[in-house]
Write a new protein. Structure first.
Length: 296
């Protein structure tokens, strides 16, 4: 126990040095980094599905900071108390949780002095199967001259609980319908004329290149939305494509820094035990430029 506490103290000191220097990177005011990260059952310490200790929350915070993301779209956050267990190690950041989806809510974390974010509330159009699907979390965001509407999503999974072909097919049907509704939502935002920059970030539980049983077809075939992360590979198995993605409207894509898409594989520098305590997903990150006047 003494050794673990000493390690946590040294780790926290190193994290303090990291966050103290994080504002010195050149060009930070000319770009905005947006990430999505499923933190896998991030609980508040009370009868958690995935129990974690202080060192685990610290490791998650360190990983988020290392992404250098200005905005992180998060999934599987139990409540605000759970998020605060991570944010206590991230003094430059704040966050919001969209409650209402049991222990697997969506959330957003952002750098307080870099980005302005306000909640526009839930979008219940994603609740195709009430009680088994989650709403989207809609936010108004701005950094520099770039402002955008963002939705954080966690689409329906096809999991081990879908124990029959009928259940598996139903989960795919729900996810396909969610994809259609996301296109309709984005198009309605743009038709309203007030904002053309739309970003959808989250766990899509599928990848855009799937050939058999594809469920994201509506998003893939949309002329107004574009996967920026379609080429990103899974951090658990590089032979597979990631299922965590960032999608942008044509207007927002014009600000995308080509080649900036990446997955931060923390398994490259954390041991296996610590990695398992962090998450079964890895953060996916993209960069946009904030230079120039807003185009809407």
């Amino acid at each position: 126990m003494v050794v673990r506490l000493l390690w946590c103290s040294l780790y926290a000191f190193g994290l303090y040095l990291l966050t103290s220097c994080s504002g010195t990177h050149p060009g930070q005011h000319d770009t905005v980094n947006i990430a999505t990260f499923n933190v896998e059952w991030l609980g508040d310490g009370n009868q958690d599905r995935k129990p974690r200790g202080d060192a685990d929350y610290l490791a998650i915070a360190d990983l988020m900071i290392k992404t250098d993301a200005d905005v992180l779209a998060l999934q599987e956050i139990e409540n605000e108390a759970a998020l605060r267990k991570v944010l206590r190690y991230m003094p430059d950041y704040t966050g919001l949780v969209l409650a209402g989806a049991g222990q697997q809510n969506t959330a957003v974390v952002w750098k307080q002095n870099a980005v302005a974010i306000s909640s526009l509330g839930p979008w219940t159009g994603l609740e195709v199967d009430p009680g088994r699907s989650r709403p989207g979390f809609v936010l108004s965001c701005k950094k520099g001259s770039f402002d955008w509407i963002m939705m954080v999503v966690h689409l329906k999974s096809t999991s081990r609980f879908d124990s029959t072909n009928t259940l598996r097919e139903r989960s795919r049907e729900v996810r396909a319908e969610q994809a259609k509704r996301l296109v309709a939502w984005s198009d309605s935002v743009q038709r309203a004329g007030k904002e053309q920059d739309v970003i959808i970030a989250g766990d899509f539980n599928d990848f855009p290149g799937r050939k058999q049983n594809a469920t994201l077809t509506a998003l893939v075939e949309s002329s107004s939305l574009h996967f920026l992360t379609a080429s990103v590979r899974s951090c658990r198995d590089p032979k597979l494509t990631a299922i965590d993605h960032i999608v942008a409207s044509s207007s927002a894509r014009a600000r995308f820094v080509v080649g900036s898409e990446r997955i931060d594989n923390f398994r490259d520098f954390l041991d296996a035990q610590t990695s398992e305590q962090v998450s079964d997903h890895c953060p996916v990150v993209v960069t946009f430029t904030t230079i120039g006047p807003d185009n809407d």
